[in-house]
Ligand binder design. Structure first.
Ligand code: SF4
Length: 349
């Protein structure tokens, strides 16, 4: 959107022509407010060139315009029906589907929701043709993929590859010499270890939304996982219980292990909780929120194992300390007011 906004607007206009729409919106997440002036200027120059507005290129049967809508920065508004709710001025809570936006979308009208990469590709295909686009990529994944490379690499940035490129090739190109793992497709994507670096980026192998976060060997993988776990607690919209409660419980378990208080039973609990969230959550956010934890448990077990205590179970809080206020209020100091002898001895002056 910084360098090729005109191409995205062109693709939206092509889409408007194909489906018979008169209005398009760019939903700009709050963090990208700095793009507003440049985007407005690009839209205005398209209007002046007769490429947006009434009677595009003099054709009275085709009028189409594009507005900018600025969101407040909620991650869940990347989900198409939550995005539409937000566009209508409501809370960004995902809708129950069906019906799908293709028949009941913005203001209950049929609506196409796509990302900028798709619209930019559509504009190119409209000019150069489907065969040109399909001449790159693999048998089942045609064309190219944008990857946003960040983290421990010498040359972060946006890269474009034909589908089918290996993870190893991408790492080499961006100067990631010492990668131990990659978080692909954002916090809700998948974490992969070096064992999988020869996999190919395409729908039939490793599919990705495009983000590619490199962790080298100086990093503690669990630090990253902990960040993701906290992120999802913040971003859960709270509508459904498996996600609202599950993200908090998962965060607490990751914190517990991270601070050296975890046991094997906690790891098992994480797996169970993750599965419940996957199948029970209402939208993609809750269904994918446990991915970093579940993947790292499989791919980087040592990140967890080295922090475990040897006991099979350790409570997450100190029950005896929790009773202290009750003892004080009731004035009790007798042995029955303590959970066990050890606690009683510890409390004696
Ligand atoms: S899964 Fe999470 S983000 Fe999605 S509706 Fe439920 S609470 Fe909201």
């Amino acid at each position: 959107m910084q360098d090729f906004a005109d191409l995205v607007f062109e693709g939206m206009t092509v889409c408007g022509r194909v489906i018979g729409a008169r209005q398009g919106f760019v939903y700009l997440r709050g963090e990208y407010r700095y793009l507003v002036d440049a985007l407005k200027a690009t839209l205005q120059s398209r209007r002046e060139a007769g490429l947006l507005g009434e009677a595009i290129l003099g054709d009275p049967s085709f009028s189409f315009d594009i507005d900018l809508h600025i969101g407040a920065g909620a991650y869940v508004c990347g989900e198409e029906s939550a995005l539409i709710e937000s566009l209508e001025g409501k809370h960004g809570v995902p809708r129950i589907r069906p019906p799908f936006p293709t028949t009941h979308g913005y203001l209950n009208k049929p609506t196409v929701v796509n990302n900028v990469e798709t619209f930019a590709s559509a504009a190119k295909i409209a000019v150069q043709g489907g065969e040109w686009f399909a001449s790159r990529g693999t048998a089942e994944s045609k064309g190219t993929k944008l990857l946003s490379l960040s983290g421990d690499c010498e040359r972060p940035g946006i890269y474009e590859y034909p589908f089918g490129v290996t993870v190893r090739q991408v790492l080499e190109d961006c100067g990631a010499r010492d990668a131990q793992g990659i978080q692909m497709a954002g916090p809700a994507g998948h974490m992969i270890s070096a064992k999988l670096f020869d996999r190919r980026i395409c729908f039939e192998d490793l599919a990705t939304g495009g983000s590619f976060m490199v962790f080298d060997h100086r990093r503690d993988i669990l630090d990253g996982i902990r960040n993701f776990a906290h992120f999802f607690v913040h971003e859960s919209c709270g509508f459904c219980t498996p996600c609202r409660v599950g993200t908090s419980l998962l965060r607490d378990l990751v914190d517990k292990v991270h601070t050296g208080h975890g046991t094997r039973a906690d790891l098992e609990e994480m797996r169970k909780l993750g599965q419940i969230m996957r199948v029970g959550s209402h939208c993609g956010l809750g269904q994918t929120a446990p991915n970093p934890v579940l993947d790292s448990l499989d791919q980087f077990p040592e990140a967890y194992e080295r922090r475990l205590r040897s006991t099979a179970f350790e409570p997450a809080f100190d029950m005896n300390a929790a009773l202290e206020q009750a003892r004080w209020l009731t004035g009790r100091t007798d042995p029955a007011a303590y959970l066990d002898e050890e606690a009683l001895v510890g409390a004696m002056p």
